[in-house]
Design a protein around this ligand. Sequence first.
Ligand SMILES: [Zn+2]
Length: 333
Amino acid sequence: MRKIPTKKGLSTLQRIEKIELTTNFPIGPVNSYVVFGEKLTLIDAGLKNKQGWDDLNNGLHRLGVEITDLEQIVLTHHHNDHTGLVDWILEKNPTIKIFAHKDTEMILKDESYIEWSAEFFHNLFIEFGLTEDMAIKSAFRKGHRDYFQTASVDEVLEEGDMVPGLPSFQVIETLGHSQDHISFYSADEQLFICGDHIIKGVHGGMWMDAPKPGNTRAKPLIQYLKNLEKCRKLSANFTFSGHGPIISDLDEAIDGHISNIEHRVSRVINTLKKANGAATGFEIIQDMYRGRYEKAVITFLFEIISVLDLLEERNIVISEKQNGVFKYRLVNN
Ligand SMILES: [Zn+2]
């Protein structure tokens, strides 16, 4: 086996290198990180596309390693810009180990969950005021998968676990952006790998996942805010995000996310005021994102559902179901 270059003259015990992989998403490239730990580790694995694959191979090559040298992949969450290339990596490196949250594999591959998920979103979208036609189309798109099919998770990671092969990195559950989102913190080295939980200057979005059959759905923005506060307690010199630059001031980035959310919250309140104090989720979206909501209905829907959950939690709005559709009403209007 070839000798893999290790940290040299670096103050940290484990060297972390960023590789940017091309996506066709508005957010731009996605970051993978190569960690030269006890095991040569790849954190997240890009979107499934030729350019991203070339970026990964070239990036590794620049660091003096190849796909076949990687010993493990650690996933922050299931989204296709973070797990898209896993199947291709596995083809070249069949013995590589994959670590992820306990629900990642279910969300990506469990046929009965995926089927239930389409039904769940169809009902959810109807409750928020979408037409039957739009609800069916949107629910179907949410269920589409064309990646992470030959791959499977070898070992699940839970809150508090130490990450195998990465001494001192502990798992921190950071649900909100997705229902299987985890981050990795090293108190010893003051390093934080946080996926899409915190991204400098950009809102990573709330992407809802269906609950397990028979369970009630999560309220992602409420979870997300709680988990932002959880991360505020960490002391990190460098925070490695799923997109954008490496963050040196974690608190500032967290504050940025919170003010972003509060801005959106007040926009929803103002939209409700304009609608005489009451509207459905879809009516709010049509007003707030006039002329552009059609292109990304699901994205906006998830954002607004999350905000409405928060407004209900704060007792600013109450919801009532009329003919199967939720109407949100401002309490003091
Ligand atoms: Zn992402």
